[in-house]
Write a protein that binds this ligand. Structure first.
Ligand code: ATP
Ligand code: MN
Length: 478
């Protein structure tokens, strides 16, 4: 058996002294031919390996380069040096894999995030990405824990779908038809009857519609899976492939929905704060250093950890869309014509408007409800005013929209008439409408973009830096 090592995280936390241990990892630095900082990814902290002077010849020591992988057997002892409680006095060092120092692209210095994106296969070996991916893991685990504790069932909705009526975004087509000599109908259109599924199919943009089918039987479900949008938006908060969490609940109205979303967000943040303290502190420091580069007026008032504490300890602000428009129109920002896009009732809030509301006006997360029906999806429940729907978006500082949700229209007639107005093919959606025909109930749900949540918790400004292998327009390397 090879794996008899102790993880560095456990070793650093243990009280054991003067015992033999085996550690394995990658070299971060090697100082004075004597001190190796070894990291195995279990924590951002390295363990110091002390190489006895004269124990190894020069040609061996030269092979201990940045990112070489080692197996070290040695004794755990109190450390006399600063910065660590213990160190490992090496008895034997085995080089598992050499790393050519001339060619290895990461140096023990700060690299730009843009550069690291080009070597995404190696960026896991940096402190920043180690911290980000450990936190991402914790958040994912917390998602399941939260819903499991509440008695929700984890539903796996299909990745390949035939419904194109969701209207959530541009879709990627799924097909096995040849690109040349594509089978055609008489009118020249593509004959999808000859395609793999005998019809046109796409990668899913949301599992909601299928989620509703399950929720109207199991009561409370959630999905947590990959979602695909072929939107050509090259922003710091859009990916072509991202992970979404979509709970869907029977017997919930819009207010129940808001309460759940707020509790959920606070829960997973708290989980990361309790379980990833060191990584969060590391990222907080990183953010602070970065902020120092910015002009005073653009610096955020709170540090990362402070911000997260603030979010879990305070209620989210709840306002209607109409109130949001009023706030925007009456702001000095608007009067001084500082918004790029005009503001009036009926517009889709642009990210500059969302950011003004959360960052300048309320300085906390904001839940906006009651959007004009024209800018929202067909399935959202129509309010009595005839103008708005029971939609809710949650806006977060630094991110903008992090959650989009609604109470769903459970009244068959109202739903069908809205579908007709919006030219949604009613016949094709027979299966969806059946839930309104057979025991319809008030129900609601929302979608939380997982990467945006990870961005919020880690303070990373670009969404490409919180997913291992980002998929964005013109980029699918690795
Ligand atoms: P946006 O206006 O920011 O494009 P949206 O209105 O298209 O968002 P929804 O369709 O409501 O978003 O999707 C639910 C959630 O999924 C959003 O609140 C957001 O957190 C996340 N999300 C949406 N599109 C993307 C994307 N391209 N990349 C990453 N996350 C996304
Ligand atoms: Mn979008």
């Amino acid at each position: 058996m090879f794996n008899k090592r102790v993880k560095i995280k456990d070793l650093l936390a243990s009280e054991a002294r003067n015992q033999e241990v085996v550690v394995m990892g990658w070299v971060r630095t090697f100082r004075n031919n004597q001190f190796i900082a070894l990291n195995d990814g279990s924590t951002n902290n390295n363990v110091q390996i002390v190489v006895g002077l004269g124990l190894y010849d020069d040609s061996f020591l030269k092979r201990i380069t940045t990112s070489a992988s080692l197996k070290v057997t040695g004794e755990v002892v109190e450390s006399l040096g600063k910065g660590q409680k213990i160190e490992v006095k090496a008895k034997s060092i085995e080089i598992l894999g050499d790393s050519d120092a001339e060619k290895f692209p990461l140096q023990p210095k700060k690299h730009s995030l843009e550069f690291l994106r080009e070597i995404a296969h190696l960026r896991f070996r940096t402190n920043t990405f180690g911290a980000v991916f450990r936190i991402r893991h914790s958040l994912a685990f917390a998602v399941h824990r939260f819903f499991n504790e509440k008695g929700f069932f984890y539903l796996h909705t299909p990745i390949i779908t035939a419904s194109d009526a969701e209207g959530a975004g541009e879709m990627f087509k799924v097909s096995t038809l040849p690109f040349d000599n594509t089978p055609r109908n008489e009118d020249g259109s593509i004959n999808f009857k000859e395609d793999f599924f005998g019809r046109a199919t796409n990668l899913t943009v949301s599992g909601q519609l299928e989620g509703e089918l399950a929720a109207t039987a199991l009561s409370e479900i959630y999905t947590f899976g990959p979602t695909f949008r072929a939107e050509n938006s090259n922003t710091a908060r859009h990916l072509a492939e991202f992970w979404m969490i979509e709970p869907e609940m029977a017997f919930y109205d819009i207010e129940d929905n808001m309460n759940l979303a707020e509790e959920f967000i606070k829960y997973i943040i708290k989980y990361a704060m309790d379980n990833n303290k060191e990584d969060l502190e590391f990222l907080a420091q990183r953010m602070e250093d970065e902020e120092k580069q910015k002009p005073q007026t653009e610096r955020s008032e709170m540090g990362l950890v402070e911000k997260l504490e603030f979010v879990i300890n305070n209620n989210f602000e709840r306002i209607t869309y109409t109130e949001a428009i009023d706030i925007l129109v009456n702001s000095n920002h608007y009067k001084k014509k500082k918004f790029q896009y005009d503001v009036k009732w009926g517009i889709d809030l642009q990210s500059e408007h969302e950011r003004f509301l959360v960052e300048k006006h309320f300085k906390k997360p904001v839940i906006v409800t009651g959007y004009p029906k024209e800018i929202k999806a067909f399935y959202m429940r129509q309010n009595d005013d005839g103008k708005t729907v029971a939609a809710m978006d949650i806006l977060a500082p630094g991110i903008g929209e992090i959650v989009g949700g609604s109470q769903r229209e459970e009244r068959l007639e109202k739903l069908e008439s809205r579908m007709r107005e919006m030219h949604i093919p009613i016949e094709e959606m027979w299966w969806y409408l059946d839930t309104r025909r057979f025991g319809t109930v008030p129900h609601a749900g929302f979608g939380l973009g997982f990467e945006r949540m990870v961005q919020f918790v880690t303070g990373m400004t670009n969404i490409r830096d919180v997913i291992a292998f980002p998929r964005t327009p013109k980029n699918a390397e690795f």
